[in-house]
Each structure stands twice: as structure tokens, then as C-alpha cells.
Ligand binder design. Structure first.
Ligand code: DGY
Length: 324
């Protein structure tokens, strides 16, 4: 029996590649450099594994009449054209759950770094400017007992709330469907967006990217925030209007921001945001730990192999009807 044709968009660990290669003819983009649009690169496929948010477009899908599965190494699959997959009966796999704690850790890392000037402090010392103890430099903002507003209270938001409560923070959350059970369990408080933005010292974003959430934080929302507040975006770049954010940071409308995700990714090296000293940017590292990335790759491999055989995906974002 001939092997399945599979393309993997970024280098995966050798052991994952080897397991897939037992059952598939694998073509893999071997560098971490930017991949050209997938359709230009590959022959007709049976399976595709995306590991870097590469766009999976209707045009790309049309070039592979036998495509059975798109396996995403990640929880978000906004880069995959879901409708085109649905029409063609193509399964979409993703890796939910396994990265929630890791992403929540990174949220706290960014929140703490931004509030306590960790990056400017390091730059100060590295630039050999630490010549004596100066009690008047790099004052930050207290995290403990401050108010955190969580926008998008799913698995990651929940994990962030638990960490924030350990810092004695008051936690507000906004979500389309209110979670009375979590309010009772954790003591978090539901707020509408306006209340949350007006009241919070820190706002963290955890919503999926949809039409509704695109630029959900823009000029009007930033104007509602306190001038001492810090915004953390670890969801998707386009959730925040970057030009409005630039103005807000420049004019001191908010105190600072930390972005793990940007629009576009990567930011152009001459992007105005990169010149600001009240902004930290990380290159999309939310789930980037050795343990979590290994789990994600393993789950994505299991999804890929199941989808190729026409089986139920263990972690399905979209599962077409299976033939009896
Ligand atoms: C996710 O899981 O969606 C992260 O952004 C990593 O791809």
C-alpha cells in the first residue's frame, strides 16, 4: 500500500518526524525561516501539519483533492479556513488543554516583567549604568492586591485567575457566557467590558481571534483604562489595534503593555511600537516550554495519523462524519 503524502510546515522533533515517517511520505520545511504560501510549495497532500500559523486557504486546499486532515500544533486554528475544510469533509485537529498552564505562566511572567520593569532593569545593568544603589529608579507598580481584568475566561483565563489569586489580586473577568461555577469556586467577579477596563490595574487578553474579537481593544477601550494600567496580550495580535496602542502608550493613556503576539507576526523591524520603552514584546512564546511543546507535537501527530486513516481525531476542532 502506498504511503500517505504529508507536509509539516516547521521542523518537529526527530522522534515525532520518525514516527510519522513510518506511515507517511513526509516533506518538512526544514528551517524556521518564513515559509512561502503552502500551495506554492507542495504536491497534492493527504495530510498537513501546521506548526507556525501558516495560512491554510481554500486555494491551498483545492490543490490537494485527497486532503483528509489538517493537524494544527496549537490550540488556536484561526489560520485554517474552517468553512473550506467543512465543505470538503477535511478534519481539523488541535491541541487544547495541554498548554493552558504554560500559557498562564507566561501571562504572569509578562505581567510581572511589565509591572516591575524587569526588561529595562536588565538593559540598565547590561549597559554598565549600575554604578551605585539608586533608590529612585525604575519604580514599578504593585501586583499583589491589585485588580486583574481577564478578557476571555476559557481554560487559559481560568489558569491565569488561579495564579493571580495566589498574588492576592482581585480578579474580574469578562466572557460571553458567565461562569457562575467559577465565580463560586474561585471568588472571581463577572464584569462587563466597560467596568472591567475602567476598574482593572492589569488587563490580560485570552480570547480566540474571530470577527468579533478583531480590534476589540482599540482607541475607545484604551481610553477607558486607567493611566496606571498595564495591558497584556497573549491571545492573537489582531485583537489589539496596534496603532491605537501606540498612541495610548506614547501619550501615557496607559502605563505599559506586554505583547506575546502581534499584528503582523513578526512585527516589521521599523514598526513604531518597537521604539517605546513602556512596551515589552515576546516572539509568540506562550506555550514554548520543552515539556509543553513535546506534548503538543505528540497530540498533533496523533491527530494527523488518525485523520489520515479516516478515524475519529483524538483532539478534534472539526470532525467530519466518519463512514460507518
Ligand atoms: C496556540 O496554541 O494557539 C499558540 O498560539 C501556539 O501556536
Amino acid at each position: 500500500m502506498s504511503k500517505f503524502n504529508v507536509f509539516i510546515t516547521r521542523p518537529v522533533r526527530e522522534e515525532i518526524h520518525a514516527k510519522i515517517a513510518e506511515e507517511c511520505e513526509v516533506d518538512m520545511w526544514h528551517t524556521s525561516a518564513i515559509l512561502p504560501p503552502i500551495a506554492e510549495k507542495i504536491p497534492p497532500l493527504d495530510g498537513l501539519m501546521t506548526y507556525g500559523h501558516e495560512l491554510v486557504t481554500p486555494e491551498m486546499i483545492a490543490t490537494s483533492p485527497n486532503l483528509k486532515v489538517v493537524s494544527v500544533v496549537g490550540v488556536g486554528y484561526d489560520h485554517v479556513h474552517v468553512e473550506a475544510c467543512r465543505e470538503r469533509g477535511i478534519a481539523i485537529g488541535h491541541t487544547p488543554g495541554v498548554l493552558s498552564d504554560t500559557t498562564a505562566d507566561m501571562t504572569m511572567a509578562l505581567l510581572l516583567a511589565a509591572s516591575r520593569n524587569v526588561v529595562p532593569a536588565d538593559k540598565h545593568v547590561q549597559a554598565k549604568q549600575w554604578l551605585y544603589y539608586d533608590p529612585n529608579i525604575l519604580w514599578g507598580y504593585d501586583v499583589h492586591h491589585a485588580t486583574l481584568g481577564i478578557v476571555g475566561m476559557g481554560r487559559i483565563g481560568y489558569a491565569v485567575a488561579k495564579r493571580a489569586l495566589a498574588f492576592d489580586m482581585r480578579v474580574l473577568y469578562y466572557k460571553r457566557e458567565r461562569r457562575h461555577d467559577w465565580e463560586e469556586e474561585l471568588g472571581v467577579e463577572y464584569a462587563d467590558m466597560e467596568q472591567l477596563l475602567q476598574t482593572s490595574d492589569f488587563v490580560t487578553l485570552h480570547v480566540p481571534l474571530t470577527e468579533e474579537t478583531t480590534h476589540m481593544i482599540s482607541k475607545a477601550e484604551l481610553e477607558l483604562m486607567k493611566d496606571t494600567a498595564i495591558l497584556v496580550n497573549i491571545a492573537r495580535g489582531p485583537v489589539v489595534d496596534h496603532y491605537a496602542l501606540y498612541d495610548a502608550l506614547k501619550e501615557g493613556q496607559i502605563a505599559g503593555a506586554a505583547l506575546d503576539v502581534t499584528e503582523p507576526e513578526p512585527l516589521n523591524t521599523d514598526h513604531p511600537l518597537l521604539g517605546l520603552d513602556n512596551l515589552i514584546v515576546a516572539p509568540h512564546l506562550g506555550s514554548a516550554t520543552i515539556q509543553t511543546r513535546m506534548k503538543m507535537m505528540t497530540m498533533a501527530m496523533e491527530n494527523l495519523l488518525a485523520g489520515l486513516k479516516g478515524e475519529q481525531l483524538p483532539y478534534a476542532a472539526l470532525q467530519p462524519n466518519l463512514s460507518p
